[in-house]
Design a protein around this ligand. Structure first.
Ligand SMILES: Cc1cc2nc3c(=O)[nH]c(=O)nc-3n(C[C@H](O)[C@H](O)[C@H](O)COP(=O)(O)OP(=O)(O)OC[C@H]3O[C@@H](n4cnc5c(N)ncnc54)[C@H](O)[C@@H]3O)c2cc1C
Length: 430
């Protein structure tokens, strides 16, 4: 059991979320820990099968990485199809890619079927090359995506300048099924919807320990047939898979509201959600209210232990990136926030049952909203319908380049950095 501490949260903000705390012991069929996109989607999947579901969130739904995300709903979050196919055989890569795209479509259908108000914006994802080597690989990625039946466009160095108002990129390719959302609003909308489906959602209810079928919170105990642990980077706090999950930090800055003319200077034809191929990459997109949201990390803080708030270095790096990319455009950035995600050593998600207690299922290190959603459905299919075909790819106990004693000698941060570096060789530019 980990030590309960006061929440590192502003109480007045928390009040706005009208949390219902768990104050009484409960017996339920499925208990879910974590109210991010993985936990909420898992709750939806199990509730749709008629199970009684109870979700416990330590702060409020969306308070973790999900509610801080840039809102790019794309199949390629941390890993491209090419990255996946380098690690797996081509058929496995195809299955995984289709799986991720199912997660993406699940988010879209949730929004349209239930009328979620979350600033849905139908912009394609655009992956841009920052060196010639990457451009060649982007062409391969484009060809693969097309063969798989997904719509994509490829732009060479000349064409890209008419798409994005900068001379800095060597070309790019699109994922045309992508779209943008306000992820905090999506979590809140999904929470409201789940309550109508009879799911019990308790916020400000941290789970302090998991013991076989029982969860302990500060005020109550919950017993459940199945437990789905969707706490992402917080998993090592339970001393579960502590050597397999680490976190990386990212920052997001968001501009003042811009005129249509400025937006058009950045996107001369139509808007896109852009990310580049730097190893620590940058990403930007226009929001529904004509702001530019821009995100990325920096080498010094990327593996830092605590979230760095109001991080001037991060702000400068992102703002400089924008002014260097678009020197003719002067804009002010009004807000900045940090966020951390859980990652595995090979940047693939970790999802699967506990070795000793197969009724406890982990979803962590998804590093992407679409795949987190897909894994949530998969957890239900694994536990209730015996689905096993993708188990081995997400296996919580799989081995990496650096493990065991080597990891102990190198330390966790360096081991993760080296492992992550090795899998990002395909499309990264240094
Ligand atoms: C700045 C930033 C930008 C990003 N942008 C994008 C993007 O544009 N597109 C994309 O696809 N991905 C993006 N990501 C990644 C994406 O947000 C994450 O991969 C995804 O949200 C993970 O979802 P999750 O539900 O697993 O984790 P989380 O959203 O972190 O949810 C875990 C939840 O568990 C709760 N919890 C933890 N411990 C306990 C406990 N003991 N008891 C109860 N509850 C607990 C936490 O409070 C949290 O709410 C971004 C991430 C960051 C940080």
């Amino acid at each position: 059991m980990f030590q309960y501490q006061p929440n590192d949260q502003n109480y007045w903000n928390i009040c706005c979320h009208k949390a219902t705390k768990c104050t009484q012991d409960i017996n339920t069929q499925v208990a879910i820990i974590g109210g991010g996109i993985a936990g909420l989607s898992a709750a939806q999947a199990f509730a749709a099968k008629g199970k009684k579901v109870t979700l416990l969130e330590q702060y409020y739904c969306g308070s973790g990485a999900t509610g801080k995300a840039g809102g790019f709903i794309t199949p390629n979050a941390e890993l491209s199809f090419l990255d996946i196919s380098h690690k797996k055989d081509i058929n496995a890569a195809k299955n995984i890619w289709n799986f991720i795209n199912n997660g993406l479509e699940k988010i879209r259908s949730n929004i349209s079927n239930n009328g979620f108000s979350c600033n849905y914006k139908n912009d394609p994802g655009l992956f841009v090359a920052t060196c010639n080597r990457t451009l060649k690989n982007l062409l391969k990625e484009y060809e693969h995506i097309q063969k798989l039946g997904y719509s994509s466009d490829f732009f060479d160095a000349q064409q890209i300048q008419s798409i994005i108002g900068t001379k800095d990129y060597y070309g790019g390719m699109t994922y045309n099924n992508s779209f943008g959302i306000n992820t905090h609003a999506y979590c809140q909308e999904l929470k409201k919807y789940l309550i109508t489906q009879d799911v019990d959602i308790f916020e400000e209810s941290p789970v302090l320990s998991i013991d076989n079928h029982t969860l302990t919170t500060p005020h109550a105990k919950i017993t459940a047939d199945f437990i789905i642990v969707c706490v992402d980077k917080f998993l090592p706090k339970f001393n579960i898979l502590p050597e397999k999950i680490h976190h990386i930090q990212n920052f997001v800055i968001i501009s003042e509201q811009l005129t249509d003319q400025i937006i058009q200077k950045i996107f001369p034809q139509k808007s896109y959600m852009v990310w580049d191929s730097h190893l620590i990459y940058n990403y930007f997109r226009p929001t529904h209210d004509n702001r530019i949201i821009l995100g990325g990390g920096d080498l010094i803080s990327i593996y830092s232990t605590e979230e760095k708030h109001n991080y001037i270095r991060g702000y400068k790096k992102l703002a400089n990136y924008f002014s260097k990319t678009f020197p003719q455009i002067k804009i002010n950035f009004e807000y900045q926030w940090p966020g951390q995600i859980g990652i595995s050593k090979d940047l693939g998600p970790i999802a699967g049952p506990d070795k000793k207690y197969p009724h406890i299922y982990y979803i962590t290190g998804s590093a992407g909203l679409s795949i987190a959603t897909a894994l949530a459905t998969y957890s239900q299919e694994h536990l209730l319908e015996n689905r096993r075909d993708l188990d081995k790819y997400f296996d919580p106990y799989r081995k990496y380049f650096i493990n065991g004693i080597t990891q102990k000698l190198l330390g966790k941060k360096l081991s993760f950095a080296l492992n992550n570096f090795m899998v990002q060789q395909t499309l990264g530019c240094f």
